[in-house]
Design a binder for this molecule. Structure first.
Ligand SMILES: [Zn+2]
Length: 207
């Protein structure tokens, strides 16, 4: 906790004064262009890997970057999606999974879940990942099976995202683009899911 308080002191002393004008503009409104849905994992720092800052990304996170199937149940994730699309009018919705995802590890091997009734039920949302598993990559060695499932989960959750009524409407009206990403913690690289080719490609290509 001390580290956080020290960090906040530094923010107040060094960062805030330099960016006062920016925060002043953001104090009573926001107009982010991107909704970003990702895992709660502490290693995913969107602003760090995307060069974004305050006001840029409207973010919702949960274990396994899940978008619950559209239905009558209310949850934080789908309520956030609805608000982002209908009120903030975001132009892009990005669903981002990541390597070494604990939620997906648990989906592969449910043995540790007996004492976690909530997490266990939550992970029912990722079952569809198994039917969207992506080709194994030899370069990923012993992690290949997990990585294949994690990419499959991005595809599965992307489908759930597109099935959200607000998203389906905005997409059909051409005012929203939806993206599926896989972030590799070890290399720092992001892959994007190409819907037409049905496979993941580098987001940034080497020149
Ligand atoms: Zn995760």
């Amino acid at each position: 906790m001390d580290r956080l308080i020290e960090g906040h002191k530094k923010f107040l002393a060094r960062v805030f004064p330099r960016r006062r004008k920016e925060f002043h503009l953001l104090a009573d409104s926001q107009a982010p262009e991107c909704l970003f849905i990702t895992c709660s994992d502490s290693r995913i720092v969107p602003d760090l890997i995307l060069g974004t800052g305050p006001g840029d990304l409207f973010i919702t996170r949960n274990a396994g970057n899940v978008v619950p199937i559209a239905g009558n149940d209310v949850d934080g994730c789908t309520a956030t999606i609805e608000y982002a699309v209908e009120v903030l009018k975001v132009k892009h919705a990005i669903l981002c999974g990541h390597s070494d995802c604990g939620a997906m590890k648990a989906a592969l091997d449910r043995r540790g879940l007996e004492a976690l009734p909530k997490a266990s039920r939550w992970l029912q949302h990722v079952e569809a990942a198994f039917s969207h598993r992506q080709p194994l990559k030899a370069a990923e060695g012993p992690n290949a099976e997990l990585a294949s499932l994690i990419r499959g989960n991005v595809v599965a959750q992307l489908k759930n995202l597109c099935a959200q009524p607000s998203v389906a409407r905005a997409k059909s009206e051409g005012r929203l683009a939806v993206h599926g990403w896989y972030y590799d913690i070890l290399t720092g690289r992001i892959e994007r899911y190409d819907e037409r080719l049905r496979r993941f490609l580098p987001l940034v290509t080497e020149k």
